[in-house]
Design a protein around this ligand. Sequence first.
Ligand code: ADP
Ligand code: MG
Length: 299
Amino acid sequence: ATMPPLLSAIANAGRHGVLVKSAVVMERLGQVDAVALDKTGTLTEGTPRVTDIRPLPGAGLTEDALLALAAAAERPSEHPLARAITAAARERRLRPAAATDFGSVPGSGVTATVGGHVIEAGAPARLLDGSPHCAAAALAAEVAGALESGGRTAVLVRRDGVPVGVLGLADRLRPGAAAAVTALRALTGTAPVLLTGDNPRAAGRLAAEIGITDVRAGLLPQDKVAAVREQEAAGRRVLVVGDGVNDAPALAAAHTGVAMGRAGSDLALETADAVVVRDELAAVPAVIALSRAARRLVV
Ligand code: ADP
Ligand code: MG
């Protein structure tokens, strides 16, 4: 028997490195007319590196001590920034202290108890919001702002509520990101939007490089959902592409959700309708085109 068009399309998608979970999904992929892209791990490779280690004067920490403290708190997190911080500590042959009481807030940061102190590491905008207005907080904001203006993602470290240092991290754009944005715009007739939990400065710089003008930064997971719902309320069928735990609610809310598979979180892979197994962004417009071609054969 010849294979039904949607099933052949699923097989073809597989050749492009995309796992499409059902024939219904294969069909829906061709119906999308708007695209929302996550930044970290989706448009970027998701393997950032620590580029700056800035203990705040007054905290009494060396660079190594600051990095070790952050690594101790980040160890259980599967976030790309957490992996970068623990890798940097390993490279410097540091031995992060044992930590307990781990907690994480998707899109925001982590917390743990290390050596009797509560250590938090996360987005400066969120942590400084909850900091008392002290000299350390003002200085931390300044250091983080300077790093972010340079295109870095800043991670603020607090000890017992007091900022003690800032780390700067940089990630590489995925090859093919700009081409994928162009292809998605052509296929859907609308400009893709960037939805990110990262800071507006780093997000804006990256967006400009790949031709995205609509940037929503500093978003929590539920804000990404709201951005998707807003477009869907305007009658659009939105394709969300993401990789993180923080993207899962938006992947679920979207008309169609696609996860980046290689470094993607389990939750994103389970929630998404399709998975880009080899992490090539070009595969996303490719499967939309495959879906449309298959639908022409079905109808
Ligand atoms: P994106 O939407 O670009 O994938 P996330 O929502 O995962 O980014 O993260 C948003 C921001 O929250 C990060 O830029 C960082 O500032 C902070 N953050 C999230 N998880 C962590 C973590 N484990 N350690 C430090 N910062 C974190
Ligand atoms: Mg991400």
